[in-house]
Design a protein around this ligand. Structure first.
Ligand SMILES: Cc1ncc(COP(=O)(O)O)c(C=O)c1O
Length: 368
């Protein structure tokens, strides 16, 4: 199988497996797991913050951050369609008791800073919720994994801070952004008050995310983690993989993200040249996401290359991609996918599209 549905499908490396087997562990709810403590410290140092908190998932990282920053009746400002608004089972509303003000995101993954400024509520108006948090997503999923720059992050942070409101960065793929932009990851975090990043996505660990911020914020987030049932015991077994991933250089999983980005560009360049593939501008591939459409997918009958048939055709050739919002298809490159695999995918995609096209033309003739 060449599984491009997500970078969450990665298998842990042999070094991770060895580190997990040999990890020193203790009861982390008592703060006594040395491997978890080392991971939290390493993440905080790497991202230029005081302290870190190991959590089960990106969703939990964002949730405990919102619980730490917001109270019931508060509101967060975030991009429309971002994970925290649309992809986390409404945790901001269900668990935190906060509403979300979702604002349009541009094709580069940014929200217009002026629109963020306008989205703040009037704190003196008792009719309105109280704006308590701004959230950015870096990289930004729906715009094909666009990385947000340190200067943009600083601009948004300045707007929030002027109103006395913190900035949280959902950096599920923060290190992809750093590698794509050629900046240290800490530069993307400096302006933010808290950041979540995922170990279990492009960094190829089996489980986990880390939240970083001030010591005080992390203490509150730790209490929130307990509240949502996220207190773990001998979690060093999992944290050990994270320490391997965050190693500098070729031993770790950060520097190699450049290979995933190169593979994503290669895939996009190949796909964009295939008849039937639309809405794909390879120069917009900045990280490890490739998102594209199929010709005629929205027309009634005429030359429709069915997305389901395309994905099924790939699957019979041992390749998986995934349906994405707005009728699109997503492919994500990751650890374990090579340049040769990309060429195999392109050959298969060409075959599937050429098989599907004559049939769709015939069905178009039948319905016209
Ligand atoms: C941008 C973003 N934030 C948060 C998450 C949530 O991470 P998890 O699946 O570990 O809960 C995801 C998951 O894909 C994501 O893409």
């Amino acid at each position: 199988m060449i599984d491009l549905r997500s970078d969450t499908v990665t298998q842990p490396s042999q070094e991770m497996r060895r580190a997990m087997a040999a990890a020193d562990v203790g009861d982390d709810v008592f703060g006594e797991d040395p491997t978890v403590n080392a991971l939290e410290q390493r993440a905080a140092t790497l991202l230029g913050k005081d302290a870190g908190l190991f959590v089960v998932s990106g969703t939990m990282g964002n949730l405990v951050s919102m619980l730490a920053h917001l109270g019931r009746g508060f509101e967060l400002i975030a991009g429309a369609g971002t994970h925290v608004v649309d992809g986390e089972a409404g945790g901001h509303a269900v668990v935190v008791g906060a509403s979300a003000r979702a604002i349009r995101v541009g094709p580069d993954g940014t929200i217009d800073p002026a629109a963020i400024d306008r989205a703040f509520r009037d704190p003196s108006d008792v009719h309105e919720p109280v704006t308590g948090l701004v959230v950015l997503e870096n990289t930004h999923n729906l715009t094909m994994g666009q990385p947000l720059t340190p200067s943009y992050t600083a601009e948004v942070a300045a707007i929030a801070h002027l109103r006395g409101v913190p900035l949280h960065v959902d950096g599920a793929r923060l290190f992809n952004a750093a590698v794509a932009l050629g900046v240290p990851a800490r530069d993307l975090c400096d302006p933010a008050d808290s950041v979540t990043f995922c170990l279990s996505k492009s960094l190829a660990c089996p489980v986990g995310s880390v939240v970083v911020g001030t010591r005080e914020f992390i203490a509150t987030a730790r209490r929130a983690r307990k509240l949502v049932g996220g207190g773990m015991r001998q979690a060093g077994i999992l944290a050990a993989a994270g320490l391997v991933a965050l190693q500098p250089g070729p031993g770790g999983m950060i520097a190699r993200l450049a290979d995933d980005h190169a593979n994503a560009r290669r895939l996009a360049q190949g796909l964009a040249g295939l008849p039937g593939v639309i809405e794909l501008e390879p120069h917009r591939v900045r990280t490890n996401f490739v998102i594209f459409g199929l010709a005629g997918r929205e027309s009634r009958g005429a030359s429709v290359t069915s997305r389901a048939a395309f994905l099924a055709g790939l699957a019979t050739r041992g390749i998986q991609m995934i349906e994405y919002p707005n009728g699109l298809v997503r492919a994500v490159t990751h650890y374990g996918v090579s340049e040769v695999d990309i060429d195999t995918v392109l050959t298969a995609a060409r075959e599937v599209l050429s098989e599907l096209r004559p049939r769709s033309v015939m069905s178009a003739a039948a319905t016209s």
